[in-house]
Ligand binder design. Structure first.
Ligand SMILES: Cc1ncc(COP(=O)(O)O)c(C=O)c1O
Length: 373
C-alpha cells in the first residue's frame, strides 16, 4: 500500500455518473460562458455561506485580487496579511497594486496573531487580508475591531476554509468580501481552476461582475478597465453537484482528524490546535516536529508521501525580496516553516489507508526520536 497526502481518483469514481451528467448537461445546452450554472452556483454557494452575493471567477488568486480592487484598493496601499500562506495570497495583493505587509503568526494555530495586527498599521494601510489557513478561521472579531478603528476594509481568504465556521457562522460572510478557490485539492474543488468572490454589498458585487468581464455590463462596451476572469460553466455545473456533498466531505475530514488526534496523542508530534470559537474544516491536518525533514524521509521510505504547506515563508522568497523583509523578521512564521508537515487528508481516504499512514508515522518517530535523543 502507498498513501499520499491527497488524491481524488476514488472520489471521482464514486461521483462519476453525477459529474459526467453535469458536464454533458452544459455541453448539450449551447451555453458555455456565464450561463445558468454559474448564476445558480453563485446563489447556492452564497446561501450556504450566508452571504448576499457570489461572483464566480476563474481562480482563487484572481478572487483575492478582484475583491481588493472592487473594494477600492489603490496603487501603493498597504495590505496587512501573513507570510505563511500560499504564494497567491500575496501575488494577488501585488497584482491589485497593493504592498503586502506581514504580521507574524500565533505559533499554536499558525493563523495571523491578531494581537500584533494593530502595531503593523501605518498611515498607508488600507486593507487586511485574513487568511483562514488549513481550515480554520482567523479571529475575525479582533480583525474587525482593528479595521474599524483605522478605517480599513477586510477580505477573507477562504481558499482553504470552505465550511469552516467562527462562533457558528460559516466563513465567507465575516468581512467586506471573501475569496474562494475551487482548485482540485480544496475542500470544495473542481477538476480544474475556479474561484468566487462573496460579499454582502450590492455595489461591490456589481463592480466584481464588471471586473471579471472586461469591465463590461453590456457585451463589447467597456465601462472601465477590466479582466477576463470568469468561472467556467462546466466547472460551475460540477461544483453545484459537489456543493451537495460538502457537509459530508467536512464530516469525513473531521472524523479523520479525530482519528489522528487519538492515535498520535502522546507522541513527539505537536498536533493541530483549534482556536476557541472555531469549527475546523481540516483542509489540512498539520503536525509539527523539530526533526521534520527526517520524519518525512522516514515516511517516504515507508511509502507515505506527505507535503509541507509551506516550506518557505513568502517574505524570504527572492520573488518578494523587494518588500524589504529579511530572515528573522517573523520568527514564529519561520520556525513553523521548518517544522510543519501535512498528514493525508481527503474525504475518500479509507480507514485502512489512514491506519497505514499512522503506523508508518509511529515507526518513523521511534527511529527519528531515538537518533536525536
Ligand atoms: C490561502 C490561499 N489563497 C489563495 C489561493 C489561490 O487559489 P487558486 O490556486 O485557485 O488561484 C490558494 C490556493 O492555492 C490558497 O491556498
Amino acid at each position: 500500500m502507498a498513501v499520499n497526502v491527497w488524491g481524488y481518483l476514488e472520489e471521482y469514481r464514486e461521483e462519476k455518473a453525477e459529474i459526467m451528467a453535469a458536464v454533458e448537461g452544459v455541453l448539450a445546452s449551447g451555453k458555455l460562458i456565464l450561463g445558468p450554472n454559474v448564476a445558480a452556483f453563485e446563489q447556492e454557494f452564497a446561501a450556504y455561506c450566508g452571504a448576499a452575493h457570489g461572483v464566480g471567477v476563474d481562480n482563487g488568486t484572481n478572487a483575492v485580487m478582484l475583491a481588493l480592487l472592487a473594494l477600492g484598493l489603490e496603487p501603493g496601499d498597504e495590505v496587512l496579511t501573513v507570510s505563511n500562506t500560499a504564494v497567491p495570497t500575496v501575488s494577488a495583493i501585488v497584482s491589485a497594486g497593493g504592498v503586502p505587509r506581514f504580521v507574524d503568526i500565533d505559533p499554536a494555530t499558525y493563523l495571523m496573531d491578531t494581537a500584533r495586527l494593530e502595531t503593523a498599521v501605518t498611515p498607508r494601510t488600507r486593507a487586511i487580508v485574513a487568511v483562514h489557513l488549513f481550515g480554520q478561521c482567523v479571529d475575525m472579531e479582533a480583525v474587525a475591531a482593528v479595521a474599524e478603528r483605522h478605517g480599513l476594509f477586510v477580505v477573507e481568504d477562504c481558499a482553504q476554509s470552505h465550511g469552516a465556521a467562527r462562533h457558528g457562522r460559516v466563513c465567507g460572510a465575516l468581512a467586506d468580501a471573501a475569496a474562494f478557490s475551487f482548485y482540485p485539492t480544496k475542500i470544495l474543488g473542481t477538476y480544474g481552476d475556479g474561484g468566487l468572490v462573496m460579499t454582502d454589498r450590492d455595489d461591490v458585487a456589481a463592480k466584481l461582475k464588471k471586473l471579471r468581464f472586461y469591465g463590461m455590463e453590456k457585451t463589447y462596451y467597456a465601462l472601465e478597465h477590466g479582466f477576463n476572469s470568469r468561472l467556467d460553466e462546466v466547472h460551475a455545473a460540477i461544483l453545484r453537484g459537489k456543493l451537495k456533498h460538502l457537509p459530508a466531505y467536512i464530516t469525513r475530514r473531521r472524523d479523520l482528524a479525530a482519528g489522528y488526534d487519538a492515535a498520535l496523542a502522546g507522541t513527539s508530534l505537536t498536533l493541530p490546535v483549534t482556536a476557541p470559537g472555531n469549527d475546523h474544516a481540516y483542509y489540512l491536518y498539520v503536525a509539527r516536529h523539530p526533526g521534520r525533514d527526517a520524519v518525512l524521509a522516514g515516511l517516504r521510505s515507508r511509502e507515505v508521501n506527505l507535503n509541507i504547506s509551506y516550506p518557505w515563508p513568502i517574505h524570504t522568497m527572492t520573488g518578494y525580496a523587494h518588500l524589504g523583509y529579511k530572515e528573522g523578521d517573523l520568527p514564529h512564521t519561520e520556525r513553523a516553516a521548518r517544522e510543519i508537515f501535512s498528514l493525508p487528508m481527503y474525504p475518500s481516504l479509507t480507514d485502512a489507508e489512514q491506519d497505514f499512514a499512522i503506523a508508518a508515522l509511529i515507526d518513523t518517530l521511534a527511529e527519528v526520536d531515538g537518533q536525536t535523543r
